[in-house]
Design a protein around this ligand. Structure first.
Ligand code: P6P
Length: 297
């Protein structure tokens, strides 16, 4: 079964926007070979953009504007939410065009992350219609969830996204992907990491959020980019990274937290809002939230 068939029961505009993103993703997957190197620009977070960042962002914005399927579009590479007045739909999308792009130069897996809303994208993630991500690795895979299971497709030789796994459920597993520097850990987080290590969790961290979370979704465990000394909000963006990937893992039976509460209950105050992130199995999320409660009582 291919992606279009699998989406057939969903609202037409939602189905079409996912298919549209999937077609752009095919172009992005072919674009790496001829767009290596850095650009001379930086994003609003002061991060140096690579050539693919700029190109993928421009391509997605142009294609989604032209699709007339999207009214509100927020991109991690843009300072403000874009509004397309001539849209025939009221969908709102958040996009991280190429998460992990600093790793393209060393040929590690990177990805495109999309959050799908009805209306305003500055809403808590718990209200999303759905989310999807494309992972550009040895295979180009597309994973989506519209509240009826988490499903993964792989791009085949004919250029079709073909179903690989349906109704994915996060297993129990002993992998942890610990972002930030150990020397900067805050007390509760330090205790959490030491507990996982004492229980024999294996460290698996590539520096690419979408790839690292994809691994946790399929093998279990936890990804974290915590609050740390010097940044109480951590590094990752709520709107573009934590909420959409957290939505997918939550829908697969896992959970997502800022360390104290369900991250999907947080209303973004700005597109650039950062948030401490814990994404993974319910056991690990319950553990860190308990440690934060103990640490503040
Ligand atoms: P660090 C990539 O720049 C990113 O936004 C995420 O994809 C990734 O999880 C994180 O930053 C890596 O950050 O500090 O480990 O390089």
């Amino acid at each position: 079964m291919n992606l279009e068939t699998h989406l057939s029961e969903h609202d037409e505009d939602v189905k079409q926007v996912i298919l549209h993103v999937s077609e752009v993703a095919k172009k992005i997957s072919r674009g790496f070979a001829t767009r290596q190197g850095v650009s001379d620009s930086s994003n609003i977070y002061g991060e140096r953009q690579v050539a693919m960042d700029v190109w993928a962002d421009e391509l997605l914005i142009s294609e989604l504007r032209g699709s007339k399927l999207v009214r509100h579009l927020a991109s991690e590479e843009q300072p403000d939410v874009l509004t397309f007045e001539d849209s025939t739909s009221d969908l709102g999308l958040t996009i991280d065009p190429l998460d992990g792009s600093s790793l393209i130069g060393v040929n590690l897996a990177v990805g495109t992350i999309v959050g799908i809303y009805r209306g305003d994208v500055l809403s808590p993630g718990e209200g999303m219609l759905g989310a999807m991500y494309v992972l550009y690795g040895p295979l180009t895979t597309l994973t989506y969830c519209l509240r009826e299971g988490v499903h993964e497709f792989a791009l085949d030789d004919n250029g079709d996204f073909v179903l690989q796994e349906e109704n994915i459920v996060i297993p129990e597993g002993k992998i942890y992907a610990p972002g930030a520097l150990r020397r900067d850990y805050l007390p509760a987080h330090r205790g959490f990491i030491e507990r996982l290590e004492a229980e024999g969790y294996k460290l698996r961290y590539s520096g690419s959020f979408v790839a690292d979370v994809h691994q946790i979704l399929h093998k279990g465990g936890v990804f974290t980019y915590p609050a740390y000394a010097g940044s109480e909000m951590g590094k990752l963006r709520l709107l573009f990274e934590a909420a959409p990937m957290g939505f997918i893992v939550s829908q697969a039976g896992g959970a997502v937290s800022d360390g104290r509460r369900d991250l999907l209950t947080i209303k973004p105050e700005a597109v650039s809002q950062r948030v401490p992130v814990y994404i993974g199995g319910k056991r690990e999320i319950t553990l860190i939230e308990g440690m934060h409660k103990e640490n503040t009582s």
